[in-house]
Each structure stands twice: as structure tokens, then as C-alpha cells.
Design a protein around this ligand. Sequence first.
Ligand code: HEM
Length: 962
Amino acid sequence: MKFWGNRIFIAACVLILPAAAMLAVSPNLREEVRSLRACRQLATEGLRPIADDRRHRFLGKVKLETALCRGGDHALVGANTPWVDWENYWGAGDSSSQSRSLLFGHLARDQRGLDGALLDLEYQRIEMIKFNLFDNYTFQGYVSGRDNIPGRSIKVWPEMRLPSNDPHYKDVGGDGTQLCKGELIRYRTLNGICNDIKNPAMGSANMEFARNVQFEETFPQLGATQLIKNRHGDRISLLQPDPEVISRELFTREQSDPARCQDGTASGADAHCDYVKAPFFNVMAAFWIQFMTHDWFSHLDEGHNGKTLEATGCQTKLENGKPRALTQAEIAALGCRPGDRIDVALMKDTTPPPTFTQQGKTYLARAQKTTANTNTAWWDASQIYGYSDRSGQRVKRDPKDPAKLLMVQIPGRTAEGDQQGYLPSFAANDPIEPQWAGQEAVAFPDNWSIGLSFLHNVFSREHNQFVEEFRRRAAAHPDDDSGLRDPANPDRVIKMKDVTPEELYQAARLTVAAEIAKIHTTEWTTQLLYDEVLYTGMNANWHGLVRADNLVSKALEKVAVDDKGHSVREPDQTTWYSVFASGAGIFGLGSHRYADKDLFLGLDPNAKDIWDIRNPDHVNGGVNHFGSPFNFPEEFITVYRLHPLVPDLLDFRDYKNPNQIQREYPVVQSFRGAATAAEHDGGLSNWAVTMGRQRLGALTLGNSPQFLQNLPMGRIASTTQKLDVPALDILRDRERGVPRFNEFRRQYGLKSLTSFDDFINHRLDPNSADSVELNREKKYIVKMREIYGTHVCDDSKVITEAQDLEDKPITDCLGHPNGSTVDNVEDVDVVVGWLAEFTRPHGYAISETQFTVFIINASRRLFSDRFFTSSFRPEFYTNLGVEWVTNNGPDGIVMEKGKPNGHEEVVSPMKRVLLRTMPELKGELDGVVNAFDPWARDRGNYYSLQWSPRAGAETDPAFKKP
Ligand code: HEM
């Protein structure tokens, strides 16, 4: 972590302040003097302590002088809002946030802002590691400790053992100490067991989702506690407020000319659907994240939920604070469908949760009900390679070279990359559900469209590219050491020529999975959160703040893994581990070991790396679960319900003439099996340019795809055979017991709102062009008030124990006078809430609430995975695999021209993948720095969000579109 030493800082201030004071003739200089005084006070006070209890968390809000030091007067503007402060610091926005300073280095204004923002984010992460881990299996031990080990320092759990009916029960040690070994630790196993070799079941398919919120706060509609009753009264239930009414009133994309859109099905020359666009993020990024979620989690089992059907709404609306039935006229005006049905959410455990008492306080030992993740929780590319026997059988290997995935030639497809082929389609005897017939063969086939088809084809080609490069090298140097080792016979050097097709296939899987994780962490996320703070933060998660694999980075790694990671003190295992890991980078933590325990031995460039595959503590030693076994929390799924990202129509282009839009293509026309013809007729590289150039939909109210509100659902026996997916987003969260928006924020250590008006972006100037957006936001606030309602508040009712308001408990009145009419802001569904967050940090395609959920879970996804930490080694990946992930491919590091946003940049990993799998895109990709930024956009200066064409793309009609 970068921050200044107090003494140097004070010395600098003492020298500079008098000079500054003399020069204080302009407002800018006067501000600098005030700001530096504030910094001096800060430096004297020292760092803020980590909260001891959840009521006194950081909340992303700093003292006024801290804000002044890091962002000057501008940073004070947001002080009274619920939103985090760092977004207003110097340097955290576009070039208008940059500021010239009297000082330089870490004392310069911009650097004070950026360092301060990173510090704030690290506080949030540390406090979330401390307050937000709730595992349904092991929570009692986490609170009470076990075998004299404090809960947060526990590393092995009996609940993570393989059960006696598991086929590998005996292999891992049966009813003795369980430890994975041999074949089970070589690769990513199909169902995800043995990633952590001491906790074989962790993260494997069908384990329960975890939670990030106190179990007592789950399933608020059950009204199980007095706090919940005080918070929501009798106002909420599964269908209350009505999900389809919410969808139609708050989510529908307004159309200037509905006839030209036809609910997202229009395809003629005149076809057009309006949507709110995010200028700095492309459609490929939208499908990328769906592609990721299909790797990380699924509630559905083979495309199905529970056995019975349920309504999704279109039944009631609120009148005088009470729900009443919708009239036929209202139903017609809304356009919703009372006849829609869906299969109920699958639940895992619905028995009443046990309780336990610790230091006089009684806790639930798990959530009111639990659900299972039918996918592996690991970032293992399981959407491509499989997560169960059945899904594994859907993956087709090339009979001519079983190390490869089967790709077939498509007649008429003649672009250079097309020689690498396309995925074959499912055959009649493949283990699939009827609704997947005709789709391309992949492990996770649900909710398929051209977007997923595109990405699966790209990464299947990439898998084969790896295999081919390996084969080329093996042919040239057959006796070279491949780097691979068999843990059952670790002394045998496996030469290039001796690597079996299965070994190569599995090494390719490891490599592709790590490459995907790298693209997501350093490229997708830095474009999703397009500012300097997150550029630095995300790169720190991967490479470390110290960047390059230099000596300081090695020393930090050693402190984290050897010292903090071995301590039984809770703060070492959690807070300090996180801090030192930020310096060294999480990826590769523990993948090197040095003979001596001496901290600084890692600083010796000649120190011998003694990492040994025979040593379980080397193989597994780089993981840290912070006392709570890894799986995604239910709350994580909620913030990935990103359906507004998808446009209704795609602007189809030909890569040979990319400035022209050939036709409008409805996404729904490629739904499920129809995607195959769309892919083959369109051609992979044409779809690449199509998705690369088009802006995706902004995550905001009034921007959900029309086609998803009317999605054909042939598999459901309802009268409509249609589904309103955005309405289902609301219903599913309620079925799975996600707390409502305000409590959700409090649980994550964010400030709660006191009225719907808090959502409005306070930075908008009503007397400028901003007024259009301001009016849009106000319109939705009125609708929210109609849907969720208001009530007369009772100040005696305390509604939460997660946060205080100015050192007093938060009550039903949310800080307003007793007996006043307050907004039912406590009842707002989480998806509605984060879509309504109109105030966001610069360049954020998502809201701060969503982002906060990512901070902890994106980090844990790396911290917990042995293959991203201590087992990122040639013994598993091969030498080529390690090189491929490190250098973004086989040809060494390649540098971009210039210094985008002030940084020397390597050519991004996704761009390298696209160039390998579709070399014909070279011309189009030449000017692209981040593959998820619209390809023809001029990136301009420092984190510009301007929508204007780069040189050569001036005639692209997309730049004439609003
Ligand atoms: C053509 C595009 C898409 C279609 C047709 C589609 C369809 C669906 C449907 C029908 C469901 C409901 C499943 C159920 O609970 O029964 C669903 C859930 C979901 N969708 Fe989408 N979706 C699309 C795009 C996306 C995108 C771009 C994202 C971005 C991340 C996304 C994220 C999710 C998530 C997180 C869920 C919940 C999954 C679960 O509960 O396990 N979807 N989608």
C-alpha cells in the first residue's frame, strides 16, 4: 500500500506551507493551502483504526479534513450524501479531476487523491473480510473458534471433507485426515473437488452458496426477527410489491417509435430499438460477463428449477398503502401478463436453522434456508470444460488429437481464422435438455445466444492454439523438460515428447482458465470501472501494487505467505495478509519458496526456489480463505443480474468494411439453437467487429431489453409461454432471501439512504444540459414512490443493528421526525436500488453498491484458488502454460504504442486472444487498447468518456446515433 510517511510529509509541509501562504493570491492557491493544512492534521492523527464492531464501520465516508486533503473543496460536496467519498478526490475522474500541485510525487494533489482512494478501498476490503463472511456450513466455528484456534484463523474444516458416498472418498483418506493427492491434485477436477487439497469439497459443484450478510437478515419476508418486523412492517412478500409491475414501470426501455422495435424482434431495414448506452463499454463486454457467470455459479440444475410453477406477478398495485388487484385496463396499459409462470427456485435446506450462543449472544448457525451452487465455484472455465459428469460429456474432443477441442469447418467461411473452425452442434444422443437442441456443444448451454456462441468459439480456438504451439515446440525440442510433473512420481522429468494428450488437454484448460481470469481482472474490470483508481487497484490484485516480479514484490509475498499466512493471530491472517498481498499481487502468491525463513532472502536474486510438489504446504500454501470456506454468497448473484447490458438489436458489421452497419440483428433471433445459424452465416470475425464496436446498455432504470421482458419460454407449461426476465430477477432474489436494498448496503458497510430522493445525482446542474438527465431521474423517483409507497414512521422502532446514524440506532424514521411520512426506502429490492444509483464514481458502468460486493468476492475468488496462487507452477501448467499466462501468449510481452492514460501498456490479453483466433482483425484491432472499449471510440485523454470516433472511423454511423 502506498502512503506517505508522516515525518517526510510534515517536513515537506513545513517547508512548503509558508511559501504557499505567501503565494495565496488565487482561489486555487488558497484551496491548496487549506488542503495542505488538512493533510498536516491527518498526518498528525495517523491512520484510522479498523472498526471493532459492525456499527462503527468505515462506510466509505471520511472526515472533512481528509476529504479536503485528498480532493480539495470539490471533495466536500459529496460529504452529506450516502455515497462513498473517494469518487470526488483529485485524479479519480477524467482530466477535469486532475489538478496541478505545488508538490510532487506522493505529495502532489492527484497522487494524494489516488493514494487516498486506494486506501479507502483497502479499508473497505479489510472490513468486509472481517464482517461479511457467513458460511452456511462452518459459521459456528468461525464465531466461536475450534480446537483453540480463533475462528478467522481456521484453515481446515470437517464440513469440507468428502462424504462417504463420494467416489473419491477413499482416495483422499476416507474417515482419517483427508488430503488430496496424486491424480486428484494435478488438474482442475471436473466437479471442482481438491482445489484446496486439505478441504476437498470446498467450491465443488452442489455445495451451498455462502452469504455476505448476517443470517438473521436473510429472508426478510418471513419477518423472523423484531428488527425485520420494524423495518418492513407487513409490506413485503414474494409478490409484493408486484415484480411484473416493477419491471414494466421501472425497467422498460422507452421507445420513441415502438413499431420500429416490436418488442426487440424487428429486423427490417427500418428496425430500431432505443436504449441508454454506456459510451465506454462494448457489447462484447456484456456477453463476456454472462460467459463468466456461467463459469462461477448457477442455481439451476440442467436448466431447471424446482418442480412446481409459480406466478411472476402482474396482479396488484399499491393504493393508499395497500395492494389491490390490477384492472384489465391497467394490465393492458402496463403490457404485463398475469398468465406468466416459472418453475419455483430450487432450495437445498429448508429446515429451521440451528442456533448457538457465544458470549451471551445467540446466533443462527446458517441462513433461514439455503440454496446450492450447481456449478463449481472456481474460476476454472467450467462453462467450457464441464462441472459434472453429465456436463463433461457435452464437451467434444478432437478424435485426431484428443488434447484439442473438436472444431469443424463451416462451408463458405473463408476468413483466415476460420481455418481454426467452429464448435460442432449437439448430436441427438448428447446429454442435453430438449430446449438446447441445435446449439453448439459446450458444457454450460443455458440461456444461449450469439454472444455466448461467439465467446465459446473464441476460447475453444484459443485452447487449440495453445495445444498447437505446444506441439510445435515439442516437435522442435522433443527432449526438453515440459515443466510438468506427476505428483505420484514427482522425480520423473516429463519431456515435451512424452506429454500425453490428456496431460496437454488439462494443461490447456488450466492456462485458458487463468488467461480468462487475467482478462477479467486486468482488462474487463478496468474498463467496467474506467478510472485511474480502479486501474491501479485491479492491476494490484493481479500483479501487485509494486507491479513487476521484482525483489520488493517477492519480499511482500514472503511476508504475506510465510509470516502472516502462518500466524494464528486473526489480524495477521486477515487484515495484514490482505495488505501485504495488495503489494505483491494475489496471483501467484506462494508459488515460490525459499530455503530460509529470513524475510529478506527473497530479495536475493540468486536465492534458490525450493517449491516442491511433494510438499502439501507448498502446493496449497498460497491460499487464504480468511476463516470461511470459499463459495460465492447469494448476494453476489444479485449484483450480477446485469440484463440491461444487452441491447435488443445488434448493429451487424462486416470486418472488411467495419464503418458500415449492414443490418440490424435482433438478439432474440439468436436465442438458443438459432445461434448456430447466426454464427455460421455471420462469421466469427464479423460478429467480433459487431460486438466490439457497439456500445452496451447502461445499468440504469428504464433500460431492460424489451426481448427479455417477452422471452419465449417453450419449456414452461404456462398459458403465455413467455417470461419477463427482469421481473424474475426481482422474484428470485426474494425467493432466495436477499435483504432489501438499504439493509443490504448497511450489511456491506455502506451508508443507507433516508429517502428515494437520495438516489438523484446531486452533481447534476438543473440549469445546464444536465436537466434532461435530472428530469429522467426525478421521473423514476416518482414511480418508485408510487410502487413502494410511504408510511407514517415510528421513531421507537429500531430497524437494524448493522449501522448507527450519528451514533444513534437507525429507526423506522430514518432520521426524520417521529410521525412524519417517510419513503418505504427500506423495502426497495436490491436490483431496483442499484439500478437507481444515479450517483457513481467516474467511469463506473456499475453502481457503488454492486462494486462493493465485487471488492470482496473478486479478491476471494483469487485468494482461495490454489491454481491462481501457490500452484501457478510449471509442474501443473507446463512451462509454456506459465509463459502464456504471464506474457499473454507465446510470443513474449508485446507493448502498445504510446502511453494510454499515462501508462506504458502491454498489448492486452484479450486483444492477443482475438488476434490469435481471428488474425484477419489485425487492422481493426490496431488502435484498440482495451478490447472492451468500443473499438472505434477515440479514448482521448485521461479516462475520457467522450463518444467520438478515432481516426479512420469518422464515417461510422454509430457516432451519429445518440
Ligand atoms: C441473451 C441474453 C440473456 C438471456 C436470454 C438470459 C436469460 C436468463 C433467464 C431466463 C434467467 C432466469 C433463470 C431462472 O432463475 O430461472 C437468467 C438468469 C440470470 N442471468 Fe441472464 N440472460 C441473458 C443475459 C445475461 C447477461 C448479459 C447477464 C450478465 C451477467 C446475465 C446474468 C444472469 C444472472 C446472474 C442470472 C441468475 C442465474 C442464477 O440464478 O443462477 N444474463 N437469465
